[in-house]
Design a protein around this ligand. Structure first.
Ligand SMILES: [Zn+2]
Length: 473
């Protein structure tokens, strides 16, 4: 049934066409009647298989706006579509008539080459892919008869392929000891044990950020099902939803990490919430919401229900991992120490606080240019290092592998047990290495871990008076 929708100052015509689930929409009608009439006409034409009456004069701008208003995607995809349409597709193709664009293969090909010289492979592909999709839908509707953005003919594709390979190689990874140092520094800066557990969980489970903030108390188990993530709409709300496509997975947790997650589950402090839903998703549909207090981690700032990615990165993670603060500007400043002998004498930073121009001491980077997501890559490297079978690595990282070899290989329980044992060993070695520096830590949880471990392995008494502590922080 065709119908009209009220917009702020105008009406939108909505109608259905065969083979498409969502209504097609076109806005800009002065009255409800005009919109309904138009919708009616389009729907009748579509059913008869006739091309749309306006197709000859339709510009790409008009088509893509109409197409966009009919899209029904997840918020993140929607934002990406909107941005690409506004910043790339309309400026480049907006004034073209659809009938001209239909045969513009050459112009589109030149445009694509330009994108590839300006952007990373994946970004350029994302942009040109949206043009392809918009035109494919126009073809479905009989507006054009062929898709000029189609890339069936593969000409001169060698260069982009090589570029793609380079991009995939991820350099900024760290080992278990480096991750431990980062976690300890992050927790020192935040003033809570929580952030130590959080960084360890990312590193030892290979989590994505949304999967980390979405961890529930159920993760404090030898195996748990990761079936949800908490997706942060920047500055707005939190969507409780399935993880990135195909990423639902069972994660095995080595014993030391079960202890840490359990400790966190018992100590996490959530802001007060009343009612059935966590207020983080106010005004969202219920399918995106979750009960209050179920997550393993809570925000740092008063009243924050969850950890926000951006302040976490800038105030805690980058200073800890890279030894650099990123204030309001993009200019990084070293993490300055009041006393070069004391790695935990970090000088405060922030708005209005003057930094010493020549600090007496600074934090060394643990891994230059490290990112939070780099911890996930680091986990993958660790899996390789301990000799994990590829099928289990893909499974643990939440990567579906469509290859034939993957189809005929399976994760078996002995593989999982073996991996957990290897990870537990690496944790023990990490604590050994950390203890040879000293038994001190400003993070209460870390101090307890070190003391407990040193009691269980008495040979590890740290060298007295060895001034190696600076390396830790
Ligand atoms: Zn919440």
């Amino acid at each position: 049934m065709p119908y009209a929708e009220k917009l702020v100052r105008s009406w939108r015509a909505c109608w259905y066409i065969p083979g498409r689930k969502n209504a097609v929409k076109k806005s800009g009608f002065p009255t409800k009647k005009a919109a309904e009439d138009y919708a009616e006409e389009q729907e009748v034409d579509a059913r008869r298989g006739r091309p749309r009456t306006d197709s000859h004069q339709l510009t790409f701008r008009e088509w893509v706006m109409e197409w966009h208003s009919g899209l029904d995607l997840e918020p993140a995809s929607m934002r990406s579509y909107t941005s690409i349409i506004q910043n790339h597709l309309i400026p480049q193709w907006g004034s073209w008539k659809m009938k001209d664009l239909e045969v513009a293969d050459q112009a589109i090909s030149v445009w694509k080459q330009g994108l590839h010289s300006e952007y990373l492979y994946s970004t350029a592909n994302g942009i040109s892919g949206k043009l392809y999709t918009a035109l494919a839908d126009a073809m479905d509707q009989g507006i054009i008869h062929r898709n000029p953005a189609s890339t069936n003919r593969r000409r001169g594709k060698i260069a982009p392929k090589r570029k793609r390979k380079q991009e995939a190689r991820y350099e900024h990874i760290t080992d278990p000891l480096g991750a431990f140092f980062i976690a300890e520094r992050v927790a020192y800066l935040s003033g809570r044990d929580d952030e130590f557990v959080l960084v360890m969980a990312i590193f030892w489970l290979g989590l994505r950020w949304g999967e980390t903030t979405g961890l529930t108390r159920e993760s404090a188990n030898t195996t748990f099902r990761l079936g949800r993530q908490l997706y942060e709409h920047p500055g707005k709300r939190w969507y409780w939803k399935e993880p990135k496509a195909g990423s639902e997975r069972d994660l095995d947790v080595p014993p030391f990490l079960v202890d840490l997650l359990d400790y966190q589950a018992r100590h996490v402090r959530h802001p007060e919430a009343t009612g059935p839903w966590c207020p983080c998703g106010n005004e969202l549909e219920e399918r995106y919401r979750h009960e209050p207090g179920i997550t393993l981690f809570a925000g740092i700032d008063e009243g924050d229900f969850h950890q926000k990615a951006s302040p976490f990165r800038h105030q805690y993670f980058y200073p800890a991992a890279r030894g650099e603060f990123y204030g309001g500007t993009s200019q990084a400043a070293p993490v300055a120490l009041a006393n070069p002998e004391d790695p935990w004498s970090v000088l405060p930073t922030g708005k209005g606080i003057k930094r010493p121009s020549e600090p007496k001491g600074t934090w060394d980077p643990i891994c230059a240019d490290m990112t939070v997501h780099g911890l996930r890559h680091s986990h993958r490297a660790l899996l390789e290092e301990v000799g994990t079978p590829k099928v289990l690595m893909d499974d643990r990282m939440g990567h579906a592998d469509p290859s034939n070899s993957a189809r005929y290989s399976h994760v078996v329980p002995s593989m999982r047990r073996e991996l957990v044992a290897r990870l537990q060993e690496r944790w023990s070695e990490t604590l050994d290495a950390r203890i040879t520096m000293n038994l001190e830590s400003p993070v209460p949880l870390v101090k307890r871990l070190l003391e407990t471990h040193s009691r269980s392995t008495p040979d590890l008494a740290p060298g007295v008076d060895e001034p190696r502590g600076t390396r830790v922080a």
